[in-house]
Ligand binder design. Structure first.
Ligand SMILES: [Fe+2]
Ligand SMILES: [Fe+2]
Length: 226
């Protein structure tokens, strides 16, 4: 599967393994083990990720207020992300886990640092970094959906997968429609390399695990069994 083959939602292949070819490197078995060992932390972090994803979509709508196609694509994403936040929050509450701030890994900041300041490059980079974060979230949720020992968590992650896949497809389309496939693929390759680099390394303590903490394998990684 090439990046170009992922040009539209309809071209997004059915298997999660193929979908994550957006990413330059798959997540490692170490990340999955760490995440499974700290389900409460990952859930709290996940709730923050959903809220942030809604914020990213809203921020873009405010930054480009006259862009109707952008609003049509991103308003439903913002709503869905808040629904996901509410789903995770409800599960936290059912389990008596307090919602609390957590130090974020450097992942989001590393990607934000790649967004060029001048338009229209800023727009392209914003779409692609948002799409990469969606793609990584999707990949890791798929791993948890397949491998978490907790049936309720498996069901939660499974339920979220389809919409997360739609989200990175939507960001792809926004980029391709405005910048063309060639320029979009070229920039995505650069940013995907940075994304993988931002996840290369090892956490210092078990409780540093996050949805986007270190853990990729540049030479292979675990296979998604979904
Ligand atoms: Fe989400
Ligand atoms: Fe999403």
């Amino acid at each position: 599967m090439t990046l170009a083959a992922l040009a539209s939602p309809s071209a997004v292949p059915e298997t999660p393994k193929a979908r994550v070819k957006w990413l330059a490197a798959p997540s490692s078995a170490a990340w999955l083990e760490q995440a499974i060992a700290q389900p409460e932390l990952v859930l709290i972090d996940h709730s923050h990720c959903e809220r942030k994803a809604a914020g990213v979509a809203l921020q873009l709508m405010f930054r480009y207020p006259g862009d109707v196609a952008l609003a049509e694509a991103l308003s439903p994403i913002a709503r869905e992300e808040l629904e996901h936040f509410e789903q995770v929050l409800a599960l936290l509450q059912r389990r008596g886990i307090a919602l609390r701030p957590l130090p974020a890994p450097g992942y989001g900041a590393a990607l934000a640092g790649q967004v060029r300041r001048e338009e229209p490059s800023r727009m392209l980079d914003s779409f692609l970094t948002a799409g990469l974060i969606e793609a990584r979230s999707h990949e890791r949720m798929a791993l948890l959906a397949a491998h978490s020992p907790d049936p309720e968590l498996r069901a939660l992650y499974w339920a979220l997968l389809a919409s997360e896949a739609r989200h990175f497809g939507a960001y792809w389309l926004l980029a391709e429609e405005r910048f063309g496939r060639k320029a979009t693929v070229a920039r995505l390759k650069e940013l995907a390399a940075v994304e993988a680099q931002a996840l290369t390394g090892a956490i210092k303590r078990p409780h540093d695990v996050r949805m986007h903490s270190f853990g990729v394998e540049l030479g292979g990684g675990i296979q998604n069994t979904l």
